[in-house]
Design a protein around this ligand. Structure first.
Ligand code: HEC
Length: 205
């Protein structure tokens, strides 16, 4: 395999990590549009395509009127996923995960399994230098911040407030006079219930 061939699949490794799995899936599903470095569909990246595939937007190819069933319109602008300009509208990798799961790859969103999307996220995190090597889960991916060096956005930094127990104050308790009213109210209802039961009981005989 030619290491200079930027369209080549990533080398297979023994005991692949989640990011290694992601690298392969990225190559398979994302690389044509998002580039080998996550740079997006730059002119420089498109120039790596085989000559006959560089003009992807010609009609009948990936331009308007793509051939059925596999043809699709390639957008002329594909955002970067790695680097300064990559993923600027997201704060956490979790947001990227949910976005990608619902919208990517462009021509067939939801094509990958959840685990595969997570693997691609691990790969992107590794590329962005924010992966600590722990396999990402649906839960942990939410905690991974894309720009950990920046101050966290408000909703992530505010600790969940402890529920404050409301201790009943003395005045909230019935004082002696209301206590008496409540007591006699209860007594009256008890009398009414017993009386009612008595009447019902008698009428059945
Ligand atoms: C056919 C080309 C194409 C393929 C294949 C593709 N994407 Fe995209 N991707 C796009 C385009 C175009 C956008 C911009 C969509 C928009 O803004 O509405 C985009 C946007 C994104 C974004 C949001 C970036 C941002 O900053 O807004 C993410 C994340 C993403 N893609 C991930 C992926 C992943 C992961 C894969 C592979 C599983 C993939 N894409 C495959 C074309 C593609």
């Amino acid at each position: 395999m030619n290491p200079d061939d930027r369209l080549a699949p990533p080398p297979t490794v023994e005991n692949p990590t989640q990011a290694d799995d992601g690298a392969y899936l990225y190559w398979l599903y994302c690389l044509p549009c998002h580039g080998d470095k996550g740079q997006g569909l730059t002119d420089e990246w498109r120039a790596q395509y085989p000559e006959e595939e560089q003009y992807c937007w010609n009609s009948g190819c990936h331009g308007s009127n793509p051939p059925e069933p596999y043809g699709f319109l390639i957008p002329t602008v594909v955002p970067a996923l790695v680097g300064e300009d990559g993923l600027t509208r997201f704060d956490t990798l979790g947001e990227v995960y949910y976005y990608a799961r619902g919208a990517m790859p462009l021509e067939m969103p939801g094509r990958l399994t959840d685990d595969e999307y997570l693997a691609v996220m691990a790969f992107l995190a590794q590329k962005r230098d924010i992966w600590d090597g722990t396999p990402l889960t649906e839960r942990s991916v939410l905690q991974v911040r894309l720009r950990p060096e920046e101050a966290p956005p408000a909703e992530l930094s505010t600790p969940t407030p402890e529920p404050t127990a409301v201790s009943p104050t003395r005045s909230a308790l019935p004082d002696s006079s209301t206590g008496w009213l409540v007591g006699s109210g209860l007594l009256l209802s008890a009398v009414a219930i017993i009386g009612g039961w008595g009447l019902w009981h008698r009428s059945r005989r």
